[in-house]
Each structure stands twice: as C-alpha cells, then as structure tokens.
Ligand binder design. Structure first.
Ligand code: KMH
Ligand code: ZN
Length: 304
C-alpha cells in the first residue's frame, strides 16, 4: 500500500486567539509549530499568516514571506500556502501569495459557501474576548459568502501554473467536485487533481463516513483513478475522520486550523501533538507515512 501524506494545518483563519492560548500567532510561533509538526512526522504544513499584534488573519506578504523563510531555513517540509486567506479578504488579496512567494503547493478553494463560524462563540461559551475584532469577525459569517465563483475558479489555476504551484483543491461539498471536473475538461486544471475533502464546516457537508464515501465515489466517477485525495474535519471529528481516511486508502490532514483539541476536554498545545496521535493510529494499522521527499513525488511537486 502506498505511503500516506500527513499534512498539518498550523493556525488557519477560523479560530481566534481567545479560543486557545496555544494557537500560534507570530511568524516565530507559526514556524516553530510547523517545524514541530514536521519533527512529529508531517510531510506538509499548511500555512496562514496572522497579524503578530492582534492575531487577526492577514494578507501581509512580508509576514507570509517571513513565515515561509523561517520554515524553509530549518527543514524540508512541503509548504502549502493558503489562498483561502481570512474571512472577508478579497480574491486578489488571497491569491497574491502565489506570484509573490511561489510556494510549491497552495490551497485552491473549489466553490463558494456561506462559511459559517457565527455559532462558535455560543458553542464555546465565550463571553470575554482578548481582541475587539474577534466577535464581529465570527458574527459577520452569518451573512458571508466565501467567494469562489467560476471567474476565480478559472483564474486561480492559471496563476498557479505560471509559478509552478500545484493546487490542493479544498472540497467542502459534493458540487465542488463537479466544478473541478469542469476545470479539468476545460484544460484549466491538469490531472491528477489533488483534492482535500474538508468536512464539518457549517454551510457545507457534515463530517461522516457516509459523506466521505459519497465524495470519494463522486470523485472516482469524475476522474477515474486519476486523482489524489486527503481528508480533514472540523473539531471533534478530526481524529475519527482521519482514521476513516487512513482505512479508505487516503492521505490525511490534522492541525490546529481544524481542531483545537487533542482529545475530549484536552486542548492541543501544538499541531505536532495531533500529528503524533494520528501517526500512532496509522502505525497500529500498519500504514506507513510519507517523508516530505516522498510527498513531493506522490503529488508531483516541483520542489522548494
Ligand atoms: N479561510 C477560510 C475561509 C484555505 O486555507 O484555503 C478557508 C480556508 C481554506 O482557510
Ligand atoms: Zn487553510
């Protein structure tokens, strides 16, 4: 059986500083957590920049570059830059990292959803906030479309191709596989498509084994065997869905972007802890995980 790629999504743009004292914020913290995830066995780290003062997701290209350089100087982990950015950012701001820093891998969000984070304050019972921006940022998602229209769906892969960046297609719902099939048929995206199934986001598909199977079968109907897939899931579904992904032959993603927890009631202090946990599970199942060099080969990356 092929080796599996473990990705660690280090900080994301969903969680806010009040939600966890362990969420990495500054370039030094984000790089330390990324290197820690690599030491624990991750082959890929998925990166978002944040404002070091406020912790708010930012599109500042100097901060993004600082993080990338800090990681690159310390290890050979594959860096997957976000082009999802932070909620409320323009499409232009989001894609800028590709021409600016030319990452070998970057996220490519495969369709539009009402990306709903507005219920998190109540669910997490948070009443006091470290920063003024946090509550409005989450509340505004009740009426916020994470925009990935056919206009940008056609533009992004062409920008990626120009800079040697492989798209990691973030698929939140089954219709987005149809969007990818359209892009492949149009010649805008090349096979093998790399798909990250993101389950459990409010506004898209819930995290369940049935839904993962449906997505897999839908992808098989569109691309035959000519696609590579990985799965991640929000919150408490992270470990169960990654375990299901391992059993179904897929690659997996953990990290504090997706879940702030290591176990029920146990906060994750780093993404490395989650990487170590899923690799323990993989080992019990006799599943081997890929090195960064092997991940580059599996994904057909140009190298850093
Ligand atoms: N920023 C979120 C809306 C990505 O990195 O491409 C989605 C996201 C996905 O974080
Ligand atoms: Zn992300």
């Amino acid at each position: 059986m092929a080796k599996r790629i473990v990705t660690a999504a280090i900080t994301g743009a969903i969680h806010t500083p009040t939600m966890s004292p362990y969420l990495p914020i500054t370039p030094a913290e984000i790089a330390d957590h990324a290197v820690g995830a690599w030491e624990a066995g991750a082959a890929v780290v998925h990166i978002h920049p944040r404002d070091p003062e406020t912790g708010k997701p930012t599109s500042d290209m100097d901060i993004f570059g600082d993080i990338i350089e800090r990681i690159r100087s310390r290890c050979d982990v594959v860096i997957c830059a976000t082009t999802g950015g932070g909620l409320g950012m323009s499409v232009e701001e989001r894609v800028k990292v590709v021409p600016t820093h030319k990452p070998e891998l970057a996220s490519f969000n495969a369709g539009s959803i009402n990306f709903g984070l507005f219920d998190l304050p109540e669910r997490m019972k948070i009443t006091e906030w470290k920063h003024d921006w946090e509550l409005p940022y989450l509340q505004m998602t009740k009426d916020f479309i994470f925009r990935n229209t056919f206009q940008s769906l056609e533009e992004f892969p062409q920008i990626f191709a120009k800079h040697g960046t492989k798209p990691e297609a973030e698929v939140y719902d089954s219709g987005m596989l149809n969007n990818l099939a359209y892009l492949v048929n149009k010649g805008v995206m090349q096979k093998p498509v790399y798909v990250q199934f993101v389950l459990g986001i409010m506004g898209a598909m819930p995290a369940s084994v049935e839904n993962l199977l449906f997505l897999l079968q839908t992808a098989q109907r569109s691309f035959g065997e000519d696609f590579i897939w990985s799965v991640c899931a929000a919150g408490r579904f992270q470990m169960p869905m990654c375990t299901a992904g391992l059993l179904l032959g897929g690659n997996i993603r953990v990290g504090m972007e997706d879940s702030l927890w290591l176990d029920k009631g146990v906060p994750a202090k780093t993404s490395a802890e989650q990487v170590a946990k899923i690799i323990r599970i993989a080992k019990e199942l006799n599943i081997e995980t890929a090195t960064p060099a092997e991940a580059r080969q599996i994904l057909g990356l140009r190298g850093s």
